[in-house]
Design a protein around this ligand. Structure first.
Ligand SMILES: N[C@@H](CCC(=O)N[C@@H](CS)C(=O)NCC(=O)O)C(=O)O
Length: 212
């Protein structure tokens, strides 16, 4: 395990709160470097050097730089196995399911949600779009979460940090109706009641929300 402190380049109230939540779940000491997206700090050359996409989150740890939320969550789960947030790397049914949901968050939930918020004039063919469409994404989540408390069963994992935050976000933005989607609403509540998530929200509450 690397001994240096992880550093998260973070913009409060942005997608990087999922990486902040993960650091709290892992329970290690870390530093935050705040990036003001409204002022355009992500476009400055020092930041471009660490993420050529000019987006938060970015995690730095020793000589490693990790961009992309799913990769950061996976990196932290593997770097701190004692936190028990991922099935051990290797060929196992659990690891396969874990990877599926970790990638599902970024590859399917995220683009399907963006399609909802900014619909296209010509809707995409769900057979051609790699994420299908929002109804299919919702159905996949419904199927797993009506059977299980968390994506892998009883045990919370790093994929729940991603998917749990995304489901909570979709409920808050009224894309998922909690009165109809009882299992999804209960899942989001289960995740949000974790102490790490409360600490993440306390961090976020110290900063005004520029998007509100
Ligand atoms: N694919 C990235 C997306 C991250 C992202 O969209 N970050 C937004 C904040 S929510 C950002 O930094 N936007 C600033 C910009 O593009 O100028 C991930 O999953 O980490």
């Amino acid at each position: 395990m690397k001994q240096s402190k992880p550093v998260l380049h973070h913009a409060p109230h942005s997608r990087s709160q999922m990486s902040l939540c993960m650091l709290e779940e892992v329970g290690v000491d870390y530093d935050l470097r705040l990036i003001d997206l409204v002022k355009g700090e992500q476009k400055q050359s020092q930041f471009h050097e660490i993420n050529s996409m000019e987006k938060v989150p970015v995690l730095q740890h020793g000589d490693a730089t990790v961009c992309e939320t799913g990769a950061i969550l996976s990196y932290l789960a593997d770097a701190y196995p004692e936190a028990g947030l991922a099935p051990a790397p290797g060929a196992s049914r659990e690891r396969a399911e874990y990877l599926r949901w970790l990638f599902f968050g970024g590859n399917c939930i995220e683009p399907a949600a963006m399609e909802l918020f900014s619909p296209r004039k010509e809707p995409l063919n769900p057979g051609q779009a790699s994420w299908g469409d929002f109804p299919r994404v919702l159905q996949a989540l419904r199927e797993v979460l009506s059977e299980r408390d968390y994506l892998l069963g009883d045990k919370f994992c790093a994929a729940d940090v991603l998917v749990g935050n995304q489901v909570g976000f979709l409920i808050r933005f009224k894309s998922i109706d909690p009165a109809k989607e009882i299992a999804l609403a209960a899942y989001a509540e289960r995740c949000e009641s974790r102490s790490a998530w409360k600490r993440m929200r306390e961090h976020e509450a110290k900063h005004p929300n520029p998007w509100a």
